[in-house]
Ligand binder design. Sequence first.
Ligand SMILES: [Zn+2]
Length: 376
Amino acid sequence: MSDKGMTTMAVKRINKNKVYSFIYHEGTTSKLQIVQKLQMGLSTVSQNLKILEEEGLLEKNGYFDSTGGRKARAIQIRRTARVSIGIGILKKMVHFVAVDLYGTVIFDSTLDIPYQTSRKYYRQLGQELEGFISGNVLDRSSILGVSIATQGIIAPDGQSVSYGVIMDNIQMKLSDFTEYITYPCRLEHDSKAAAYLELWNHKEIDSAVVFLLNRNMGGSIITNGLVHQGIHMHSGIIEHLCLTHDGPMCYCGSRGCLETYCSANALEQASGMGITPFFQKLRNGDSDCRQIWDSYLEHLAFAMRNLNIMIDGSIIISGYLAPFFLEEDVVTLLNQINSTSPFTLSRDQIILGTQGQYTPAVGAALHYVSEFLQNV
Ligand SMILES: [Zn+2]
């Protein structure tokens, strides 16, 4: 193809993406608004709308109020024209989510399938995924891909787990999954996936530390609006920050890691009950639960204070325990941080995540959505 031909094709692609992105960000718009805001010719806009509609990516719902003359059609993107699937793999269970093009969860499911390094496990996972897809009547051709979040650090090439003590999944490979999953597939460290979700929800964030308060704790560092990976992909593994060198034994082999104080498992162990009953008793004024929770918040604030010294930015409380936090808990954390830190943290710097236990699966799924939006 000639250079001119290539250039014409590139311009066409760019224009199509501009029109789609404009509609996506506006939510609802009209042909005239697109022409005016993008300063694009009417025929170019019409042509691109026609292409996008033929590809099933747009929908026209209703009309704008007339300001004289013909009423303008209201144009939106078809948010379920493509969906991405996220899988969260835990030691004792699996989470499935399907998200639409705005990153909204349209379906979710939790299955009690304990992890094991066997073909039987991967085959069952593939079958359950097919069940999730057909059970929710998802159009197979609309599925962008399946993104798998797991506990464990992923090797830089994305093909395997390089550190996986909790689940004993050091042998986990992407190819184990792709043998039974026929869609595009990728592996993601659950803590990093959580950070992608928080970045998606808070696009203004430049720097932050994410506290993933799951059954096992996780964490990640965001700088310059990106998740910091590190040379060996283990940046932000704040769960192994040492709080007391002679504290409780951590699964990593060291003592007194943040994991042993602030994971959901640690809270369950300290209280001798499940997370939901614990918070019910706590909020009903139980003094033993209060004492355990105060101690939990004290350790969390200590880590937050020290990490904020390193990363001058937001603190994001994410994952399983995040929806259990009340404003009074955030205020307690803030007061404890500010009572010992030379720099004052403001209330708006502490952000509470909203997706609970589905956080890693949703964050992982967003990868394929972002990729689609960039290349449409
Ligand atoms: Zn540890």
